[in-house]
Ligand binder design. Sequence first.
Ligand code: AMP
Ligand code: MG
Length: 323
Amino acid sequence: MICLGIEGTAHTFGVGIVDGDCEILANLWKMYVPKVGGIHPREAANHHAEHGVGVINEAIEKAGIDKSQIDLIAFSQGPGLGPCLRTAATSARALALSLGKPLVGVNHCVAHLEIGRGLFDCGDLVLLYVSGGNTQVIAFANGKYRVFGETLDIGIGNMLDKFGREKGMTFPAGPEIERLAATTDQYQPLPYSVKGMDVAFSGILTAALNTKAELPVVCNSLQETTFAMLIEVTERAMAHLDRDEVLLGGGVACNRRLQEMVGIMAEERGASMFVPPGDLCSDNGAMIAWTGLIMHKAGIETSIEDSGVDQKFRTDDVEVTWR
Ligand code: AMP
Ligand code: MG
């Protein structure tokens, strides 16, 4: 079985093509980069509309298949930015109807976890999902993917991007912050904001913008503080759930220092860490395709009538019948 998946929750229009063994035949994308400021949802959606068909055709060519070999179309149904989601969903519906193939709507956060289960020989993972708009600790428990901790305000990636923007960095700022942070060991204390199992970043952002320390020191302190917060919550979830496997997902998971810190935590408790390659950590079509494929194998199909997008699609709203 071959599934083509379309990702379009925010800045990236991604198309992935996978087969039933989680072999990734193609995983291509085009990313919208705002000229000034943050992501403008309408402009990002226009970008997706402009490039969508091109990325789809390129992915099919890359996969070395004929359109007729595609058995299924999956798409990111939410959560995300309304205009972007609607553009991706429209492409998916059009493709499914024109090929006469079934459609499956996928929860984007769940897809970040399922791609890890597909790629790695692992058991029941705890996912630390750190992206632009989302920051959640997710694990499967009692028939659902449940959120054990999450941000109370903005996603960690958005926080890093906002900090970078104020400091004159281009979008996305995460890689440049990582580069600068690696040039120093100096640490300037910042507010440490863990509330139960949840985290908050907006106060830290304000404090980081107001500190007088040199930019690399602030970058280092920002990473050390926020990553420690995330790891505290992730470790507590692992301890309470008695899980010994942790998966990283989301664009911020590309950060080497975060990987190192999670790796240390895992090692100290005799657990294993799994990190997908960068192009499967960031928003991508392959994870949508793979999740759609395993959902469809379990008999799930989304009718055109039910294929409307859900900007606030919660991880724990998904009925997980495929496991
Ligand atoms: P996503 O929304 O999952 O595609 O991830 C995009 C986010 O990941 C943006 O906020 C980026 O700034 C962030 N990001 C990408 N690479 C890195 C990195 N090396 N370190 C920290 N954040 C990163
Ligand atoms: Mg994501």
